[in-house]
Design a protein around this ligand. Sequence first.
Ligand code: RAM
Length: 863
Amino acid sequence: MSTTRVTAVRVERRRDGAFAETPTPRLSWTVASDGPGWRQSAAEVRLDGTEVARLDTAESVFVDWPYPPLVPHARHTLEVRVTGDDGGTSPWSEPVTLRSVFLADGEWQAAFVALAQPEGEACPGLVRTEIDVDKEVASATLYASAQGVYQVAINGRDVDDAVLKPGWTSYQYRIEHEATDVTGLLTTGRNAVGIRFAGGWFTEEYGFHGSARRVYGDQPAVAAQLHIAYTDGTSDVVVTGSHWRGAAAGPVVSSGIYAGERIDARRAVSGWSAPGFDDSAWPAVAVRDADVVPEPATAEPVRRTEELVVQEVITTPSGKTVLDFGQNLVGWLRVRVAGPEGQVITVRHAEVLEHGELGVRPLRHARATDELVLSGGEDVFEPEFTFHGFRYAELEGWPGEFDSELDAASVTAVVVGSDMRRSGWFESSEPLLNRLHENVVWGMRGNFLSIPTDCPQRDERLGWTGDIQVFSPTASTLFDSDAFLSAWLKDVAAEQAASDGVCGFVVPQVLPDGDRAAAAWGDAATVVPTVLFERFGDRRALAEQYPSMRAWVDKVVELAGEGLLWQGMFQFGDWLDPDSPPDNPGQAKVDKEIVATAHLVRSARLVARAARELGHAEDASRYADIAERTRQAWLHEYVTPAGMIVSDAQTAYAMAIAYELVDADARTVMGERLAELVRRADFHIGTGFVGTPIIADALTTTGHADVAGRLLLQTEVPSWLYAVTMGATTVWERWDSMLPDGSINPGQMTSFNHYAFGAVTDWMYRRLAGLAPDAAGYRRLRIAPVPIAGLDRAWARHETPYGMAESGWTATDGEIRVRAVVPANTTATVELPGAEPVEVGSGAHEWTIADPRPAEEHTLARV
Ligand code: RAM
């Protein structure tokens, strides 16, 4: 007798609560069953303990809403039970409480309000009002947003644990509101609602080389709408408006994303968000016209996700006190300190030390400095509206001598980031490789902060499209990033609509010349939605982004003109090829135009595939035709009849193979050539942003896994593991952000936390450990591990939308043992070296095969 249970019920994409952002949210559930090969034949959903909907479906991920559309402010309980092919039915799942978080059309009434008397530009402040609650509250929901960053407190208590709300969107077109259950914060009688805020991304100055300028506005503003439902069936709505009062008050004196924050504890305003506070000296707020109506946030908010203690207190050669947290992270310090009133502690942040001192040159114009002004009593400081990318923090002005035990214990690094659920784990017999994986995870945690950024530390931190284009498969493996990335894609679409289809360099678009088309960057518009469909089975993301995907390809076709060769225009190309000079990162071995047209083929194919999936038959053949004609043009222009590419570079062959630009024969020839180029480079990496994510795949699929393995395990510069041997705890922007002698790369663009080169991680899961999706959302898995020399073991675990999956291998005495776990309601195609493919159902499986690696290679020492 098998036991089957529904282990999780999910509403739409988020996993940190059951939020209905639309009237018809999709439902998903996972099933655990000890019955091997378990498949669902039907499911039932129960609403509020009574209304049962019978679903005649084998699908358990993103199932259509089976009830009439939800209304705003609704709360329901949901339970699910499933029936298997074997006829057995599970018990009902644990109930989840679903809340509608959207408002009806026209229901948003709150005005954006700003300080009437700001002190200087981008002025932080406080606004407040009081309300009377004289009936019993059944439920209360706060809808709030900001042109800036904010937190709401009701009766002195913060409404939630999110930070940097509402995050960064393309504010001109789209801004998000929260929808927080605040039932427990209201009391009968007088209540106060207070909002503290700063400018954040809204007032930040964007741009390089000292030419940064404001894009959105000079002053922040906030908006809030509180819905209170009473037990007698009546309700009240409280909104921000001209009757609120506000002041440039509170401890935050100034704040900027790049600059950091000045916090003066003497300015703390006691009781300002509690009832009874005398705000008569505060002027009425200024009401701001805002033409964008906030929409519900659909991704996990930014939260504090971890705290780290000081690892070492360093006195630098120049006598400064520097704290080392042992990990490059994104967040800020929490400091508990007592000292003379008015004393200022200055905290400077950096990712690395150079010559023993804080290495701040890579921060460029970002001050990344917090100033803490002491009250005279005991203070606890924690910046709220900024963030820093750092491992080291330098303290100046500490009252008295800094005690490396006592004082260090009162300083904590607080890690912040978008609070997605972890979904990928990898381990091997090689500690350096494991650390590389860890570094990729940390890099993602820091750079998935409201939007996917290039880096978290310097005067940049922008949504560079090329970076996420290459990293999105890895991102979707490591964390459940469906909600996060699909939210960002809405901005991609909004920006495109405003710039004639161009998906620009960065989204949100804030750079003076950023709304131009560049290959591999703008292709984020086609690649990221494809990844969300492949990895999460998110067909809605594909459907919603389809116009954006098409617009991008249409635009590039127009730029390429008649001949379908994209030439003569600006391109980044294979950015940061290790052979490019420090001051010219675009000067790669592969010609930029070869990269450009190859990407047109790839994106046109992705549009054709999406069209087919979505049932747009005419588009499907139209874009397939564009792809084929472009491919022919590319071959004709750049490939010799014998199969040499005119740029004889690793990235060129990797693209030809991975993007399927050539037929089977040419592919074999190019695989040979690629392997030869890697051998000639003595197994050092020779690729930049474009080639790095695909080179290991290109080698593996053409029968050169051994070469991919040597590339992966290389430790000399340039290589993936070089940075690890240099003590890196995140992935670097450049292969040699730090030079072997410990000095920082002289290029003015040198970050120690850039995820792009970490994109090889996806290959480590899919090929090295052998855990890959074979149908959308991992409905079918492909278990096809590729043992490489130099490792005895590689193992991956991934929480797919259907549940936890596993694949890995261990080598002993000439044999390889492969173990895989296939989630319930999925199947797997298993392809093991030297064996015919087989299909298996859910459950744990094990196979033993002869070690396919040539004997002398098994023990190959690290190269
Ligand atoms: C740098 C960014 C980013 C890259 C662009 C082209 O400024 O950090 O990684 O996409 O250049």
